[in-house]
Design a protein around this ligand. Structure first.
Ligand code: PDD
Length: 286
């Protein structure tokens, strides 16, 4: 496996990070995950734009964020991932410097790491749906930054695993926000509802794609808060992310959602999503 680290393409075994890296010491950095279909990067522009937002919010200066596109494309080719699906992981930290909370001296180069690996989709989960639980949201108040500080997400996912379900959904002050690594959607009276873009959710790229697809197929969408006590009225629930695409939730906190099977609105959106991916796969540029 060839990875990218600070300007070099090297075997994964040779890639090493300094123990003073601020990503290691403070989780002082951001990341992105991009989905590749047959060598085509899905929504790369949007991922780069979100990365720019994150870096800017954290005052990490990177000369050439757009250059990450080339890095991702080269990793796909170097690792023979141009057929099938793959994910590209990119992480940028504030770099390496002796530990002190304040920023390191000006000119400290950020650490830039990227790796691509094969992804085998779990189509059964997309088709049959998953069970999930609600958990209190213990995260910070800047969930709009795709920070590598993911401890609350890790603990919530582990709680789901130990409860025998696939995922957990964060609830803050009675408002249902998002999954541990995905955005959350409900269908009420045939219309899609999802949390508005605030500092309490990650502005998901797939979330935007879903909203666009809904308008194309004529499903109304409301970006308004979903309250926990309204969940019993939901006809359908689903999660959306770069990795899982669109995944129905058919059981929540041990209660069936709607009929207990993926609903018609979710399935329409899934079909529209597959069509979009097929168009991407048949496009010429890699
Ligand atoms: N997670 N919300 C959270 C908290 C996330 O971590 C993610 C993505 C999303 C969906 O965003 P997008 O559609 O841009 O992937 C929402 C990535 C995939 C991860 O952590 O692996």
């Amino acid at each position: 496996m060839i990875v990218y680290l600070n300007g070099q393409y090297i075997p994964r075994q040779r890639a090493s990070i300094d123990v003073d890296d601020r990503g290691f010491l403070f989780a002082d950095g951001i990341y992105e995950v991009v989905h590749s279909y047959e060598g085509h990067l899905f929504q790369m522009d949007a991922h780069l734009q979100r990365m720019e937002h994150g870096l800017c919010s954290l005052y990490i200066a990177i000369d050439d964020v757009q250059g990450i596109r080339e890095v991702a494309e080269r990793l796909i080719v170097e690792n023979s991932l141009t057929s099938g699906e793959a994910t590209v992981y990119v992480q940028i930290t504030r770099g390496s410097a002796p530990r002190t909370h304040g920023f390191p001296p000006a000119g400290t180069p950020p650490t830039v790491y990227a790796a691509a690996k094969q992804y085998i989709p779990q189509r059964d989960r997309a088709k049959e749906g998953i069970a999930a639980i609600l958990v209190p949201d213990t995260r910070w108040a800047r969930c709009d930054i795709k920070s590598v500080a993911l401890l609350p997400n890790v603990l919530a996912r582990q709680r789901a695993i130990e409860a025998g379900v696939a995922d957990a959904v964060f609830v803050r002050d009675g408002v249902v926000l998002e999954g541990t690594s995905s955005n959350f959607f409900g269908v009420f009276n045939g219309e899609v509802v999802t949390a508005p873009k605030t500092n309490y959710i990650l502005p998901g790229i797939t979330r935007d794609v879903v909203i666009g697809l809904c308008s194309e197929i004529g499903v109304p969408v409301h970006e308004t808060p979903i309250l926990e006590h309204q969940l019993g009225e939901a006809e359908e629930l689903f999660l959306a992310s770069t990795i899982v695409e669109i995944r129905p939730i058919v059981r929540l906190n041990d209660h069936p959602v709607g009929t207990g099977t993926p609903g018609p609105v979710t399935r329409r959106i899934q079909r529209a999503f597959r069509d979009l991916v097929s168009d991407l796969k048949s496009s010429t540029s890699v």
